[in-house]
Design a protein around this ligand. Structure first.
Ligand SMILES: Cc1cc2nc3c(=O)[nH]c(=O)nc-3n(C[C@H](O)[C@H](O)[C@H](O)COP(=O)(O)OP(=O)(O)OC[C@H]3O[C@@H](n4cnc5c(N)ncnc54)[C@H](O)[C@@H]3O)c2cc1C
Length: 337
């Protein structure tokens, strides 16, 4: 049976033993879920020694060990990774299933003490524009599984997050897991710009992922790769770059990702090394340099209007925008190498 905990000003704290109990409490008591508490305890904090100032009943999810897992599964011949909502960042860093480029993001979140408590589900449901896991999850077309009294439903991450602190989560629902296709990107690029290395929220973050077709890279001995289902450039194995994904964090109300822009950039990038002008021909590296400059300009043109940061205590809007576009250009240069 669930425990009824301490009462705070008429607010009750519930500690369900399993998911079933948690769902029923969530539905009947309108209780706010608390996972690691690293966002909620800060949000409702009061002076030292005093209980937090929660505004509604609270449901502690800590005992739901069934929501703490990382597993791999096959679906239609593709590998998918599924992560339980209560899995902490420290657990993700230890998992052998989580790709290196996702671990790189998690390794830059907070400091070990927070990472031992903070969960991926909390990061998603908090829906902060500076939530660091959201950037890779948008890039990976992550799908969330929610559960409520009427059963489970799946929602794409970009449909789940509506704005700062706003989500699709029903009052009677819980997030139980997040899943995405396991893809071996050949080019991965992540930068987080914060005030300090540890315990600093992002001023800006940027992720670029791509699959370069080795047949076009001038190196020998590669076979062709598979192309992801939702990846931009899908079904173009003859292209130099067959999958390109770009996402920015902390520069708009939600993570910025545009499949249309990725498609447009992919087209220019693939033209660059193709037949005809600009392939290091007569004028060699000079020509190549000019083309890269053009692609950089094009990328800035494509993304400039989508990057609409605000001034806040962490940074200035103009700085955020400039840094974001510089990181995009840096990624383009990497891709053109
Ligand atoms: C010092 C410090 C440094 C930090 N640094 C970073 C950083 O670098 N990058 C970053 O992204 N974040 C950072 N954070 C924020 C925070 O640690 C993360 O957002 C964390 O992932 C939140 O997870 P949690 O389990 O603690 O969430 P909680 O605080 O328990 O919950 C957060 C929100 O999610 C909801 N929720 C949680 N789990 C579920 C669920 N299963 N179903 C439905 N709703 C749920 C809660 O109701 C609440 O609204 C930092 C926080 C602190 C205090």
């Amino acid at each position: 049976m669930e425990e009824r905990g301490e009462e705070m000003k008429g607010i009750e704290v519930f500690t369900p033993e399993n998911l079933e109990e948690a769902i029923s409490i969530r539905a009947s008591e309108q209780a706010v879920p608390l996972a690691g508490g690293t966002d909620l305890m800060v949000k409702y904090r009061r002076p030292s020694g005093m209980l937090p100032d929660f505004k509604s009943n609270v449901i502690l999810l800590g005992k739901l060990s069934e929501l703490r897992f990382v597993k791999e599964r096959e679906e239609a011949g593709k590998a998918f990774i599924e992560i339980g909502a209560l899995t902490t960042f420290s657990e993700l860093l230890k998992s052998e299933i989580i790709p290196k480029y996702v671990k790189e993001v998690i390794g830059e979140i907070a400091a070990p003490g927070i990472r031992n408590m903070a969960t991926i589900g909390g990061n998603i449901c908090n829906a902060s524009p500076a939530g660091d896991t959201l950037v890779p999850l948008y890039c990976l077309n992550a799908v969330l599984t929610l559960v409520g009294p009427d059963g489970k439903r799946k929602v794409k991450i970009e449909e789940f997050i509506k704005g700062p602190g706003k989500t699709e989560l029903g009052q009677d629902e819980l997030l139980i897991s997040v899943s995405f296709e396991k893809i071996d990107f050949t080019s991965t690029f992540y930068r987080k710009v914060g005030t300090r290395r540890a315990n600093a929220l992002s001023k800006v973050s940027f992720m670029g992922l791509a699959i370069k077709n080795p047949a076009h890279s001038g190196r020998s001995g590669y076979s062709s790769h598979s192309v992801s289902a939702d990846g931009v450039g899908k079904g173009k194995p003859g292209k130099k770059i067959s999958d390109l994904r770009i996402a920015f964090g902390a520069v708009a109300p939600t993570v910025v990702r545009s499949r249309e822009n990725e498609e447009a950039l992919l087209e220019v990038l693939n033209e660059k090394g193709g037949k005809g002008k600009g392939n290091g021909g007569e004028n060699g590296s000079h020509n190549a340099g000019r083309i890269i400059e053009k692609i950089k300009e094009r990328s800035v043109y494509l993304y400039s209007d989508l990057i609409t940061p605000i001034d806040d205590q962490r940074s200035r809007a103009a700085y955020r925008k400039e840094v974001s576009l510089s990181l995009l250009k840096e990624f383009i240069v990497e891709l053109c190498k």
